[in-house]
Each structure stands twice: as C-alpha cells, then as structure tokens.
Design a protein around this ligand. Structure first.
Ligand SMILES: [Ca+2]
Length: 273
C-alpha cells in the first residue's frame, strides 16, 4: 500500500518538475498557435493581394490581334477581317495598294466605351500626299481613325485630335505606332517612344457609321493607305509606356494582358453599314 501510495504521491520536487513541464508544454502550444496564426495572417494577406491585382487588372486584355500569317483572322478574339478590293496577305503582312485595297470588319473592333489602345506596325510604300488612314471606324465628327493629314503630313488621331503635330515618317521603313487612350489623356507613340499627347480622351463612341477598316477611311471617304500593316493589336485599356515599348521590341505579352481573356466585348456589337 505504501509502495502503491508512493506511486501516486507527488513529492514537492516532482510537483515542481511537472509544473515546469506543463508550463513548457503550454509555451510550446502557445508558440505553435502564434506561428499558425501568423502563417494564416500571411496567407490571408497573399490572397488579398492576389485578389486586388486581379481586380486592378479587371478585364484588361488584348482583345483583338491580327498577325496576318495567312489572312486577316483574329488570333485572340473572334472578329475576323475580310480582304477587300484586292488586298492581300503576303510574307506575314497585310499588303495594301493605296488605290482600292482595305480590310473590312463586321463590327467595331476598337472599344466603343472606356479606355483602349491600338497598336500596329506600318510601312508606307510611297510618300503619301493625300489623307490616308491606317485604321478607322464610325463616321465623320465622332469616329475613330489613325492616319495622316494631306502630305507629306502629320499623324492625326480621330477628329478630336486632328493634328498631333508629329510628322508621319517619310523614310518608307516600317514603324510601330501606338495610341493609348485613358481618362483625360491620349498618347501617341512611334517605335516605342512617346511623341505626343492630348488632354482630350479620344474616346470613340460611334453609334452608327462604318465598321472598322484597315487601310481606308470610313464612308464616304477613300483615303487609302499604300503600304503594309502588321501585328495589329487592340486592347481594352490604356497601355503603360513600358508595354508599348515591349511591343515594339517584340517582347511577348505580359500574363496580365492574356490571363483573363473572355468573349470579346466588341464582338457582340455588330453594326452593319
Ligand atoms: Ca505578321
């Protein structure tokens, strides 16, 4: 009995030891709880940051892309173009004779609300002395276009920014052009470099007129472009300058421009002439 009781009876020293052990165990649990709590907090922050980045990007995306590998089909969206008047695709580029050639789309491929950007490479095959347009949509007074004034002239970006003050390059070499349109700022880039801006947002909100064209002005104008166009890209947000430069340099699109692609917003808007 005494032996039995010895097994159950705690000496003051043992009680103190056990007490210390319990305290150590409690501290370990508390430490693990704090670590777990910290890990959960860090995980939560990461989730929130990822969500915020996604929200910030929204539907920011490359919505139409024409590489002219074999025709005027849209490699990103669903808005294929039709070669008209003898326009052809050769050597991976759209070839336009400046007389009757252009590409016609069945919708407005440049967003008709909110920010947007238009980017392409163009090479003139002659110094063009008349108005010419590389891309257009809508109608006079409220439509969208990128072209040049009577030449050899300056680049113009819609009727809202009819003269950018920037001379169209006359060297007959290929150049990259980009127009980015955000709130209260429209910017023009040539070969990846910012060259001019307007405090006006060149928002293109045509509700009627001619669907988008490459190489010709909307009706009733001609203003054909003589040369080649390539790598036409349309975005539903204003590209930052570094991304414009990257396009010129041939850097692949960042994931933020490709990750959230869905049905093209403009493909649903089909306006007939
Ligand atoms: Ca090409």
């Amino acid at each position: 009995m005494a032996r039995f009781m010895r097994g159950l009876t705690y000496s003051p020293a043992r009680m103190s030891r056990d007490h210390e052990t319990n305290k150590t165990t409690q501290r370990r649990f508390a430490f693990r709880r704090r670590n777990w709590s910290l890990a959960m907090k860090i995980f939560s922050y990461i989730v929130i940051v990822v969500i915020l980045i996604q929200v910030q990007n929204g539907n920011a995306a490359l919505i139409h892309h024409y590489t002219f590998d074999s025709d005027a089909s849209d490699s990103t969206g669903t808005a294929d173009g039709t070669l008209v008047g003898g326009a052809s695709v050769s050597g991976g580029q759209l070839v336009l004779d400046g007389v009757s050639d252009y590409v016609q789309f069945g919708s407005f491929i440049v967003p008709t609300s909110g920010d947007y950007s238009v980017s392409f490479f163009a090479k003139s095959n002659s110094v063009q002395m008349l108005y010419t347009e590389m891309i257009s949509q809508g109608s006079s007074g409220g439509g969208f276009f990128i072209g040049q004034t009577q030449g050899p002239g300056n680049i113009r970006v819609s009727d809202f920014w009819i003269n950018t003050g920037v001379a169209y390059p006359l060297d007959l070499l290929q150049h990259h052009f980009a127009v980015t349109v955000g709130a209260s700022l429209t910017s023009l880039y040539i070969d990846g470099s910012f060259v001019a801006s307007s405090a006006l947002s060149v928002y293109s909100h045509p509700t009627a007129g001619t669907n988008t064209r490459l190489g010709k002005q909307f009706n009733p104008f001609a203003e054909y472009f003589h040369g080649t166009l390539d790598d036409v890209r349309i975005y539903n947000h204003a590209l930052p300058s570094n991304e414009v430069l990257n396009i010129y340099r041939g850097v692949p699109e960042p994931p933020s421009n490709l990750a959230l692609l869905g049905p093209s917003p403009s493909s649903a808007l089909v306006l007939q002439e």
